[in-house]
Design a protein around this ligand. Structure first.
Ligand code: FAD
Length: 515
């Protein structure tokens, strides 16, 4: 379950230290550790916590080499630990070497910066000067040379060697090396601009730039939209044969047939399918809501709001809309403080009286198909449904910018069967106060969905055929991606909004496989 401790929760990608785990996590760990010692009442710490959370999301892929943790020194039970670690001011951020001894007090990062990039670079500096034993999962970070490359494939069996050519002062090569740390069949090395032999051999003129190098000395330039860390990392993760460690290699759609009980329906992975939206309605109303025999109080309010939003904004076929509207008018006319699910089901099934009103009588996943029966499907459909609804609310110039998100929040809180997901989502909805317009509602949901994607990338619930990415990828929307002056990835939210408005618009929803 989601744990809250001081300024952090377990969804923040930050290990929450306590007297019970501090020694297990800091002593003799195979990864280096960065620990923030803070006091939950301290203003600087409160201001620093979003930076630290952002850093944790940013270097999530580095975890096997260096992990982030935090400890609230204001909590009574933690005071002694903070004294033992010689903490005098808050926040104090310390670096603990891999395999630290029980009496190690860590090395302090002087003058804690509020800049994620600066902190990331400081962590790399610490890793580079790490004493023996080096964290075993951490790849070599020092620059490579022609001599090393000549013999590289004699001792390494990876498919791809990516060489990042850069200035001495650039961190991109080392960052991308760590970003790819959890991926197999690829190695990344930095090459300094001054490594004349390689620079000449490959004809490199741009710094930074990235080349793929193969046995026998063949090479090709990696083409990216912008020569920057995020673009290299994304492009390298997608190379053929590159997979997250421990995962089977991706196979094209056709080979998926046998792993599910149904036959695989070929689909376009950059489109929304009505079959998924209708399947989601079916599953939500006939399975999830059905788990509540009596619906009252908060649950009844949640159901009424959900159905009301669907009847207004679901871009469905006439039969489906007729049904949603009839359910809505029945539900809104219920004045008792509870209803039974049986009564609701009668209305859902009441096609005898309304022959032109019906929901599908089963699920048929298309764009939300999973490579195995337990992957994707309903949660994929639920995200898609609410993205579509936020976009539809904007198109129909709904009066309340929060209407859809409020209905979603309540639905997830009461009915969503994945209780852990509901709890994590519940932690994020505090920021709904920022939503003032229909457009910001669309962007809010997009940003939170990406937050979830970041948190669960690589988790067991991830379908290896559909890796969690920060969405949309540069291939789907290049204008959505840009960089700041110092090369940090930045979303162009105006472009993202335009993209979402098109991507989830009712006129683009495909109706294949409906019958
Ligand atoms: P999904 O993440 O379900 O996305 C569906 C489709 O939406 C994608 O195929 C893509 O086309 C599109 N998409 C992807 N990202 C975005 C975006 N940022 N904006 C707009 N569209 C996008 N699983 C857990 O393991 N832990 C959790 O805590 C958790 N919390 C969840 C909370 C909610 C509210 C929901 C609905 C689901 C949650 N899940 C969680 C499930 C998880 O997010 C995925 O839905 C599930 O793993 C299926 O993933 P998928 O690959 O089908 O893509």
């Amino acid at each position: 379950a989601c744990v809250k401790a001081g300024l952090y929760t377990s969804s923040d990608q930050v290990l929450l230290l306590s007297p019970d785990n501090v020694h297990t996590l800091l002593v003799n760990s195979s990864a280096a550790m960065v620990v923030e010692f803070y006091a939950s009442w301290c203003g600087h710490c409160i201001a620093f916590s979003p930076v630290y959370k952002k850093l944790a999301r940013d270097i999530k892929e580095w975890k096997p080499a260096v992990n982030l943790a935090a400890l609230d020194c204001a909590a009574e039970e933690n005071r002694k630990i903070c004294i033992d670690y010689k903490i005098r001011g808050y926040p104090t951020v310390k670096f603990f070497h891999a395999y630290s001894k029980a009496d190690a007090v860590g090395q302090e990062f002087k003058g804690v910066s509020r800049d994620v990039r600066d902190l990331r670079h400081k962590i790399i500096d610490k890793l580079e000067t790490h004493s023996e034993p080096w964290p075993p999962a951490c790849p070599p970070l020092e620059p490579t040379s022609q001599a090393e490359i000549d013999h590289f494939f004699e001792t390494n069996s990876v498919h791809h060697l990516a060489l990042i050519f850069e200035d001495f002062s650039s961190y991109i090569g080392r960052e991308v090396t760590l970003d790819l740390l959890q991926f197999e069949n690829i190695a990344v090395r930095r090459v300094l601009k001054t490594e004349d032999a390689l620079v000449t051999k490959l004809g490199v003129t741009e710094f930074p730039s990235c080349y793929l190098y193969y046995p026998g000395g063949n090479f090709t330039k990696l083409h990216v939209q912008i020569e920057a860390r995020t673009f290299y990392a994304l492009a390298l993760q997608k190379l053929p044969g590159v997979v997250r460690s421990g995962r089977p290699p991706a196979v094209p759609g056709d080979d998926l047939k046998n792993s599910t009980d149904e036959s695989w329906k070929p689909f376009n992975s950059s489109r929304v399918y009505m079959a998924d939206l209708e399947s989601t309605l079916y599953y939500s109303l006939y399975v999830e809501v059905a788990a509540h025999t009596v619906i009252s109080g908060e649950a009844l309010t949640a159901l009424k709001k959900y159905i009301s939003v669907l009847s207004k904004h679901f871009p469905g076929r006439p039969v489906v809309m007729n049904l949603l509207k009839s359910v809505n008018s029945w539900l809104q006319s219920q004045t008792a403080d509870q209803i039974s699910y049986d009564a609701l089901e009668d209305i859902l099934d009441n096609t005898a009286q309304m022959p032109n009103a019906a929901l599908p009588d089963d699920t048929k996943w298309v764009g939300c198909q999973g490579s195995q029966p337990h992957l994707r499907r309903y949660p994929c459909g639920l995200w898609t449904l609410f993205h579509v609804l936020t976009v539809q609310a904007k198109n129909s110039t709904a009066s309340d910018p929060l209407e859809v998100l409020d209905a979603m929040k309540r639905y997830i809180h009461i009915f969503f069967g994945c209780r852990q997901c509901a709890e994590h989502f519940g932690n994020m909805v505090d920021s709904l106060v920022e939503v003032k317009t229909l457009s910001s509602a669309i962007l809010w949901l997009w940003a939170k969905h990406n937050r979830v994607n970041n948190r669960i990338a690589g988790a067991l619930s991830e379908d290896p055929q559909f890796p969690k990415i920060q969405w949309p990828s540069p291939e789907m929307c290049s204008a959505c991606h840009t960089v700041t002056d110092n090369g940090e990835h930045r979303w162009n939210t105006e472009e993202v909004l335009a993209f979402l408005l098109t991507y989830f618009s009712s006129s683009r929803i495909l109706t294949d496989y409906l019958e």
